[in-house]
Design a protein around this ligand. Structure first.
Ligand code: PLP
Length: 373
């Protein structure tokens, strides 16, 4: 028998390229012997979580031997209150990535298709391909009719075919940082046939202050096929705990909860998320830190004459004007971890997460040095 194990996997899995996360600081230390490095690679909150989260996690240790509440009662109640919805409208996930995967598992089959934009978040093609469903990738704006690399909703409508069951939209999108305004996005959701699930991924919702940026949770009553996903990983600073959620009408949440693993969100994540929701002051401080850092980074790359994609997230894509893999590698040697985006078809670009002022400064100085060499 000459077959490899990989050849026994389903066709989608055979050709799947796993998600490439940002390089952990410990790995840089191990591989390069570099200490005191800064990581601006995974869109994490540089302030960390609210101190209230740390406090809340203590009580988790008393219950370490117990399974978590599989129904997430406290967290769902807190979220339901926040959004003025029924707790049954909420689906908790092991990060919002988990919720994206639940959608694929519940609504896609080999033979069906999912629609998303070019340069969109890498998890959409991954969950689609793992099922063996087809990805209908819509070309993004080329810069003539909307910001370059941003979602082109007309092209996405045209990408819908008879087999389409799911549409993924990131607003704002990662890694581009581009966003869709209220009128355009609302018209799109209205134009999509009701048998197609529309996922609006708002992982960076809390950071966006543009007046025309929509809070699509306000639209849920109008669309039984709409799912809005958000996360505690970004602005709330809880990436390590893995907790996110979807909000929809109860019917859609019921379907997603059927395929959800019963204990997908652990007790610490539930405790931490509830505490994080209760600290608005820390959230505001996080957002302000991001706004200041974004200005600093934009000013810095402009001073280096480098083009960038205007971003409303907590990260910035910069065109470094040469092989970004080389620049990435050289930055590692300077103790600065950023994110290559070679899997996103954006030649020349690197993505930099907004850090603390001194971290941003460290990156800008390292970039200046690397580009001058
Ligand atoms: C980071 C991110 C997520 C989800 O992250 P989780 O940690 O799984 O909640 C989802 N969508 C986009 C666009 C992201 O950038």
């Amino acid at each position: 028998m000459s077959r490899s194990i990989a050849q026994l996997a389903t066709p989608g899995v055979q050709t799947l390229r796993p998600y490439a996360p940002g390089k952990p600081l410990t790995e840089l230390e191990r591989e390069y012997g570099i200490v005191n490095a800064v990581k601006l690679a995974s869109n994490e909150n540089p302030l960390g979580p609210s101190p209230r989260v740390l406090e809340a996690l203590r009580s988790g240790f008393d219950e370490l031997a117990r399974y978590p509440d599989g129904n997430g009662f406290e967290l769902k109640t807190a979220l339901a209150q926040r959004y003025g919805v029924d707790p049954a409208a909420i689906t908790l996930g092991n990060g919002s990535n988990d919720v994206l995967e639940l959608v694929a598992r519940a609504f896609l089959l080999p033979g069906s298709s999912a629609v998303f934009s070019a340069h969109a978040f890498a998890v959409y093609p991954l969950v689609t391909q793992a099922i063996g469903a087809r990805a209908n990738v819509a070309a993004a704006h080329d810069g003539s009719d909307g910001p370059r690399y941003s979602h082109d909703l007309d092209a996405m409508l045209r990408a819908i075919d008879a087999d389409t069951r799911v549409i993924f939209i990131a607003n704002p999108n990662n890694p581009t940082g581009t966003w869709l305004d209220r009128a355009v996005l609302r018209a799109f959701v209205e134009a999509v046939p009701g048998h197609i699930i529309v996922v609006i991924d708002e992982a960076y919702f809390e950071y966006v202050s543009e007046p025309d940026y929509p809070d699509t949770t306000m639209w849920l009553a109008d669309f039984p096929n709409l799912l809005v996903t958000r996360t505690f990983s970004k602005a709330y600073g809880l990436a390590s705990l893995r907790v996110g959620y979807g909000i929809s009408q109860g019917g859609l949440a019921d379907v997603l909860n059927r395929v959800r693993q019963p204990f997908n969100v652990n007790s610490f994540a539930q405790l931490g998320a509830v505490a994080a929701l209760g600290d608005e002051v820390h959230l505001h401080e996080s957002v302000r830190t991001n706004q200041d850092g974004m200005r600093q980074l934009v000013d810095g790359v402009q001073a280096l004459n480098l083009p960038y994609i205007p971003s409303v997230g907590n990260f910035l894509c910069v065109d470094v004007g040469r092989d970004p893999g080389d620049v990435y590698e050289a930055l590692l040697h300077e103790g600065v971890i950023v994110r290559p985006v070679d899997n996103y078809a954006m030649p020349g670009h690197l993505r930099i997460s907004i850090g603390l002022q001194e971290e941003n400064q460290r990156f800008l100085q390292a970039l200046d040095k690397v580009l001058a060499a």
